[in-house]
Design a binder for this molecule. Sequence first.
Ligand code: ZN
Length: 509
Amino acid sequence: MKRFFPLIALFTISLLQPTFSQKKTPSPPEFQAKKSEAEAHMRFLAADELLGRRTGEQGNLVAARYIAEQFRKLGVVPVPGNPGSNTVSYFQNVPFEKLGAAGAGEITADAEILKSGTDWILMNGDEANLKAPIVYASFGLENAAKSWDDYKGLDLKGKIVLVESGTPETQTPAEIVATSNEKRKIAADKGAIAVIELFNAPIPWNVVMRAFGGEKMSVLEGEKATGPAIPHAWVNGKEAKFARALRAAKEVDFKTSGRKSKIVNSYNVAGLIPGSDPKLKEEYVLLTAHYDHVGVGKQGGQPFTPEDSIFNGARDNAFGVVALLTAAEAFTKTPPKRSVLIIALTGEEVGLLGSKYYAAHPLMPLNKCIFNMNSDGAGYNDTTIVSVMGLDRTGARAEIETASRAFGLGVFADPSPEQGLFDRSDNVSFAKEGIPAPTFTPGFKEFNGDIMKNYHQVSDNPETIDFNYLLKFSQAYTYATRLIADRKTVPQWSAGDKYEPAAKKLYGK
Ligand SMILES: [Zn+2]
C-alpha cells in the first residue's frame, strides 16, 4: 500500500490544481479559534477555586494574573507608560476603599433605645462608646452663596451633633447621599465627636438598610488616608418617637462596634496589539470585559444554598473575558489595521468602578479611541443570536451583523429597553466620554425569568455553559472588532443620541 501513496498524492494535487486560482483570501485567525481553548479559559476563570472573583479578593487577583499571563504568552504588548507594578506589567493598579458592613450598637436618647441594624445604620466611623451632650444643627451645612450657616453660634467641641438629612431645598435620596459625607466632614472639622442624621426620604427604611448597611467599595482617589472617622449614624427619621427623643435629649449614649475601612487593590489588565497600517495604527479600538464577579456566600445579606455558595460568574462575565482572550490570540497572529487595546476590567459589580477609574486615568489618549466593544452578560437562552446593547446607536451595525453571520449567528438589538441595559455595564463609562460603545452580550431577547435563573446565582457555573456557543460568540466578537478596526471611516453615534455631544467634545468635530 505504502508505495502507491506518492502516486495518489500527486494525482490528488493535480486534481486540486485548477481550484487554486479561484481560492479566496484566507480567512483571519479567529476562524480557526479552538473550542478547547475557549473551554479551558472558561473552566479556569469560573472555577470554584477562584471563589467568585470578588474585587480585591484572592480569586479576583488570580483571575487578573491568569489574563495577564495569557497576554504575555500571546505576545500582547504592555501599554507603554503603564506604571503598573514593579515588573513589566499588564496591571493598572486600581485602589479601593472597602468599608465593612455596619456593625452592632445602640444609641440611647431620652430613655429611648435605638438598635443598630434595625433603627439606624452606621454610615462611617470606628468603634466608639460615647456619652456626650447633643446639639441640634438643622441640616448641618454651610454654604455662603445660599446663606446656609447651620453652625452659627454653636459650639460642637466634644459634642454629638444632630442634623436633618438632605438640604433645605431637597430631600431626595440622591441628595441625601450626596451631602451626607460633607456633613460629617464639617462636623468633624468643628470638633464634633459624632453625627446623628435623621434620615427622611420617601423610600422604605428596609430598602435603605439593604442599600447602605452592607459592605461598600469605592475608588480611593489621591493620597487620602483613611484615618479615624467620627461615627455617623443614619437614624430612621420616619419613626416619630426616635426623632422626638433625639430632639428632646440633652445627652446621648452612642455605642458602636464600628465600620472598619481598609484599602484593597485590584487591577485592570491592559495590553496592546499594534495595528498593521502605519497610517491608522495611532488610532485604536478598545475591547473591554469585566472579570470580577460577586464572590461567595451572601447576596443582599441572605445566606445562599449551603451545598454551593460560590457565585462562579461563568456568564457574568467569564464569557466576555473568553471573548477578549480569543480576540487577543487572533489579533496577535494577524493584527487589524488600527491598533487594539484590550482591557479586562475589575470592579464592575461594585459600581462599574474599574471602567470609571480607567476613563479617569486612561493609559492611551481617549480621543484616539474610535470605538469600544464591551462584552458583558447576565445569561442567555438563545444560542442562535448575539444581543447587542446600542447596536443601532453606535454606528457599526453592518460589521457586527456580517461578523455574526459568518459564524451562523443572528443579531438582536437592545433587548428589554425598559431595563436600560445600555447604561448598566462598563461601556457606559466610555460612552459618557463620547466613544461609541455597545455591549456585546450572549443571546437573549428579554430580561425575563430564563435569564434571572442564572443571573447572580450560584448556578452560573461552567457546567451549564454551551461551549460551542461560547466559541462562536467569541469568534463573532473578534471578527466584528477586526472589521471595525479595518474600516475606512470611524463609527459615529446616531444623530441626536444622548452621548453625541460628548463625542463632539472628545473628537472635536
Ligand atoms: Zn457583568
